[in-house]
Design a protein around this ligand. Structure first.
Ligand code: GLA
Length: 695
């Protein structure tokens, strides 16, 4: 077997993520918790009791109940309080805080405090500190100043997590566990370097294999052994090394989280979930992989500039739902504003409620605000909160209270339901990273490229599932992969099976160019799918101005254009460049080929918005995917959640003006603002649809 192929097989076995459930119990239900006697929708807030006198706790919890909250998240960041000195645990205050929450009828999510190691540890054991790429160790005083590779830190983390789990694992108020908080920054310390070498050795087996797959004859990069390979994923390093660094950070963070999950699980009620809270498109690691052994995904949805782009935010939620293809927790969202961008504008009145319902429409079974009350000092005194520094409600509180009450009121309806989508979009971390590492056009932002494809598909189909490339696509007539730059043989084979089984597959520009070591496939794009497509990319061009497109999909290409070359007889050209005097003139830009009842389409250009919209119309009609509500208004988000014999229609007016809305025949208003045939600005309406019948 040629070395290159052996490498490919090793890489495949490491890279393919089976999409299944790892816990030893039944799959997590489509409701907030697996406790049947607990609310199906969690609404709550991050509460830091350690920051306040105990004499205040009851008042706070009473006010939380009055706000309609049923959940508090406690514990994250409180390490110096829980273990004030090495090995001396003081959890009595936490016992009392959890007991107080329970007295007030709250569900509790416990966070392990490992995002904020205490001073005694960093002073006594400076080797636990994170080291920047330039070799500078982190300084105590902020957070996330630990190394994700440090075995000593792992052992301290395991100990505090187990201590908490022993104590609260079967506490009747505790419904879930959040490991750490927003993991992300990697470390470049000596242990990380050694782990990197071990990681590469395990992945490639021999240094010869690595040299071959990384093509290290280029620039005399050939390595004699794994220990020579720098942990330096930036600058002019080999893009193979840079992509492997992402695989390494994925493996290291996954193991970092599992280190605690393994300590906690045997000690807790099996119905309690174990998760971590993440940051949607964060590029640090592969989120599908990280979530594989967690019970559910949880994320922190912020609109930093206070100007929601509802379609893009919908994509954020759909991405998170795709991590496990299951409903998720919105672990944090803003009570008005954040404090970490240059201009921290507050959302308009009504928008906090609007974005909470949007999360639910996309599959959230929990909405938790960050935070209850600002600490008296620290980095976040300017952040939005439910209460002000005087302990009295901020002006946003009544809107949050209304949202919380409505969500709880709709819990019975929402329980056991999940979002409905007939269009799948495939997002691959490897592809995103590979493009980002070598954009070739500065504006080729792979997340923006993805969102540009998502936008018309979401608004026209009113439901999109974002999935890993290996997912089972059989329920989706249409699967769109905007930029599948890294495409393995196994993935290509899976996609070809989907098409042969009647699926309509659409590939966007730059697809099928690289293998999962970021090396060029020996054939032109779309590489392993060229034969199925019956066409290939002749050449690609970065554009500094728009190029016109003519044909059944006319319009314009921007940023990126590929000249396509059909090779099979039955390939149809849908669009051709008009580029007089240029390389692209007369060349096909979009081609499609029928394969049995299915089809494969290749879109070789980054299309402008109008062209993308006409393409979406055509793709949806070819795949016979119709809108739930035809001719939807641009400001109105339409979504369906169904399951357990229920079908719910959720309509959200993201605009600043009232919009007329006619519900489908048979729809029964269940809650919200629909009055007199219209939904007011930032309004929300929930309808019961007759099960089974599509309106
Ligand atoms: C993140 C963190 C929180 C808090 C918020 C502020 O989401 O998880 O601890 O810092 O940001 O927006």
């Amino acid at each position: 077997m040629p070395a290159r192929l052996t490498g490919a097989l090793i890489a495949l076995s490491l890279a393919v993520v089976p999409v299944s459930v790892a816990r030893g119990v039944a799959p997590f239900p489509q409701r907030a918790t697996a406790f049947a006697n607990r609310p199906a929708i969690a609404v709550g807030v991050a509460w830091y009791p350690e920051q306040w006198p105990e004499s205040r706790w009851d008042a706070d919890l009473m006010m939380m109940r009055a706000t309609g909250f049923n959940t508090v998240r406690i514990g994250e960041f409180a390490w110096s309080r829980m273990e004030p000195e090495e090995g001396r645990f003081d959890l009595a205050w936490l016992d009392r805080a959890i007991a107080a929450a329970q007295r007030h009828g709250m569900m509790v999510v416990l966070g392990t405090p490992t995002a904020a190691p205490p001073a005694w540890m960093t002073q006594q054991y400076p080797d636990v500190l994170r080291v920047d790429e330039d070799g500078t160790p982190a300084v105590h005083g902020a957070r996330r100043h630990f190394s994700f590779s440090s075995q000593r830190y792992r052992s301290f983390s395991r100990r505090i997590a187990a201590e908490m789990a022993r104590r609260y694992g079967h506490h009747p108020a505790v419904v879930g566990w959040q490991i750490d908080n927003e993991i992300g920054p990697p470390s470049f310390d000596g242990e990380a370097v050694a782990a990197w070498h071990r990681f590469l050795e395990k992945r490639y087996g021999t240094i010869g294999e690595l040299n071959c797959r990384w093509a290290t004859e280029y620039w005399s990069q050939r390595y004699n052994n794994f220990d020579q390979i720098p942990l330096r994923p930036t600058g002019q390093q080999n893009p193979a090394l840079q992509l492997e660094f992402k695989h390494f950070t994925t493996a290291t963070w996954t193991d970092f989280i599992q280190n605690q999950a393994r300590a906690v699980r045997p000690l807790i009620d099996p119905r309690a979930f174990v998760t971590t809270n993440t940051m949607f498109w964060n590029a640090g690691f592969d989120h599908y992989r990280l979530h594989h052994d967690l019970d559910l995904a949880a994320w922190d949805n912020y609109i930093p500039d206070g100007r929601p782009d509802w379609v893009a935010n919908g994509a954020n939620h759909d991405l998170v739902r795709g991590y496990k293809q299951r409903n998720f927790w919105l672990m944090e969202t803003q009570p008005g504003r954040v404090d970490w961008v240059p201009v921290n504008r507050a959302l308009d009145p009504g928008q906090v409620r609007e974005i909470a319902w949007q999360a639910v429409a996309h599959g959230a079974d929990a909405v938790l605000y960050w935070q209850w009350r600002p600490a008296a000092n620290g980095q976040e005194t300017y952040h939005g909160a439910v209460l002000g520094q005087d302990g009295k409600p901020n002006p946003i509180q009544p809107e949050i209270a209304r949202t919380a009450t409505e969500l709880s009121g709709a819990a019975a309806l929402l329980s056991d339901t999940s979002p409905v989508a007939r269009v799948a979009m495939l997002f691959s971390y490897d592809s995103r990273w590979a493009i980002d590492l070598q954009r070739h056009h500065r504006d080729f932002d792979p997340v923006r490229a993805f969102t540009d494809f998502y936008r018309p598909l979401r608004t026209k189909a009113q439901g999109v599932a974002i999935l890993p490339v290996e997912a089972d696509l059989s329920a989706f007539p249409l699967a769109v992969a905007p930029n599948l730059n890294v495409l393995t043989q196994a993935q290509a084979a899976g996609l070809a099976r989907y098409v042969r089984g009647g699926g309509h597959l659409v590939l966007g520009p730059r697809s099928g160019m690289k293998d999962d070591s970021n090396a060029l496939w020996p054939q032109r794009q779309p590489g392993p799918l060229t034969e199925l497509l019956g066409a290939r990319v002749e050449q690609y061009y970065a554009l500094d101005k728009k190029v016109a497109l003519a044909g059944s999909i006319g319009g314009g290409a921007t940023i990126w254009a590929e000249a396509l070359a059909p090779v099979a007889g039955n390939v149809r050209v849908l669009s051709t460049y008009r580029d007089p005097g240029g390389w692209l003139d007369g060349k096909p830009a979009i081609v499609t080929r029928k394969v049995g009842r299915g089809s494969v389409t290749y879109v070789g250009a980054w299309l402008d918005a109008a062209t993308m919209a006409s393409l979406a119309d055509r793709l949806l009609s070819d795949a016979q995917v119709s809108a739930l509500i035809p001719d939807g208004d641009a400001d109105l988000e339409i979504a369906e959640r169904s399951g357990g014999g229920k079908r719910l229609l959720i309509v959200i007016n993201h605009g600043g003006m009232s919009h007329p809305f006619t519900p489908p025949a048979g729809a029964v208003p269940a809650s919200g603002d629909w009055r007199g045939g219209a939904i007011p600005a930032h309004g929300v309406a929930l309808f019961n649809l007759a099960p089974g019948a599509r309106p």
